[in-house]
Design a protein around this ligand. Structure first.
Ligand code: PBG
Length: 348
């Protein structure tokens, strides 16, 4: 220990350990930075609907739009120019029904968008969300245990329960229809048991053995999806998603969900949401180190920053970049984020 005197203040400094030496200048700080963030880390979600020349802003998500397919060629070009390698597509159908028929339609909004984007920017990685909640009139992620005259197909299961096997059949068809349109990766988000295997089998038997599956392997029943449900018009008309999405109180269960998806053939894993689940990201990164891990920085996480920034309560740029950095630091390889375009510009 050396005793120094600075003005009237006596300083005690250890010559051995002074972490501040490495924070002395911007150049040194940059050199020793452990986590890097760049546009190449981002996947940008896009909401696609029917129509022409349509670009409608989502009220609870400033800067996020519902797009008609014809505008997506130019939008994909601008996303690519920013260095963002991938988009994730969600569809809003014209017509909703009990089994979400339009989800498999060759001229569905997503199927059209995939073709347009792949034609405009062939190198753009096009990922499609595979779920039924935007396509069903009840807003649930699959076929329900509901019949007329209170006769339900499975009396032993609760009224309104999302039926697993019946839903899997449709999900496999949805994935195949996305593949036929030219998608590069399909991303099942419905948290049905056996969903990765059903989709893998469906793809393989239709000649799409080469297509990768990004599984929403750990998806919580989260209140942070609120703004998304406005954007994609997938609000459940009754009840909630707790009989298939995970309880936010559970961590070990994420290991079980992930192990099953890996065994069923998932090529990439996901943790969703991101910010309230950084411990889960870290855990999955450590326990399943061989597979790429994607974190979904969800709609509510985006809306919170936008709202606080609009009020002048937070600096948007700094808060968003700090958030995205923390998600990478926790162990994510890639981040699905509505901030992708702005962050890519800030990081230039
Ligand atoms: C389901 C799906 C949801 C989100 C992505 N896929 C909604 C849900 O599970 O209720 C949420 C994404 C977000 O909040 O940004 N198709």
């Amino acid at each position: 220990m050396t005793h120094l005197t600075a003005g009237s203040v006596a300083l005690t400094a250890s010559t051995a350990a002074q972490p501040r030496r490495l924070r002395l200048s911007p150049a040194i700080r940059t050199m020793v930075r452990e986590t890097s963030l760049s546009a190449g880390d981002f996947i940008y979600p896009l909401f696609v609907t029917h129509g022409h020349s349509l670009k409608r802003e989502v009220a609870s998500m400033p800067g996020v739009f519902q797009w008609s397919p014809d505008l997506l060629a130019a939008e994909a070009e601008s996303i690519a120019r920013l260095g963002i390698p991938a988009v994730l597509l969600f569809g809003i159908p014209d017509h909703k029904d009990a089994t979400g028929t339009e989800s498999c339609a060759p001229d569905g909004a997503v199927q059209q968008a995939v073709r347009i984007i792949k034609q405009a920017v062939p190198d753009m990685v096009v990922i499609t969300d595979v779920c039924l909640c935007e396509y069903t009139d009840h807003g649930h992620c699959g076929v329900l245990n509901t019949g007329g005259d209170h006769r339900r197909p499975y009396p032993q299961l609760p009224e309104g329960y999302v039926l697993n096997a019946e839903t899997l059949e449709i999900l496999a068809d949805v994935a195949v229809s996305h593949a036929e349109a030219g998608a590069d990766i399909v991303a099942p988000s419905g948290m049905m048991d056996g969903m990765v295997r059903a989709i893998r089998t469906g793809l393989d038997t239709r000649g799409f053995e080469h297509l990768a599956i990004l599984s929403y392997s750990t998806k919580y029943a989260s209140a942070f999806y609120g703004p998304f449900r406005d954007a994609a018009q997938g609000v459940p008309k009754f009840g909630d998603r707790r009989s298939h999405q995970m309880d936010p109180a559970n961590a070990r269960e994420a290991l079980r969900e992930t192990a099953l998806d890996v065994a069923e053939g998932a090529d990439m894993l996901m943790v969703k949401p991101a910010l309230a689940y950084l411990d889960i990201i870290r855990m999955i990164r450590e326990r399943f180190e061989a597979l790429p891990l994607v974190a979904y920085n969800v709609s509510g996480e985006y809306a919170m920053i936008k709202a606080a920034a609009a009020n002048g309560w937070l600096n948007e740029r700094q808060t968003a970049l700090e958030t995205l950095t923390s998600i990478k630091r926790a162990g994510a390889d890639l981040i699905i984020t509505y901030h992708a375009k702005e962050a890519a510009q800030w990081l230039k």
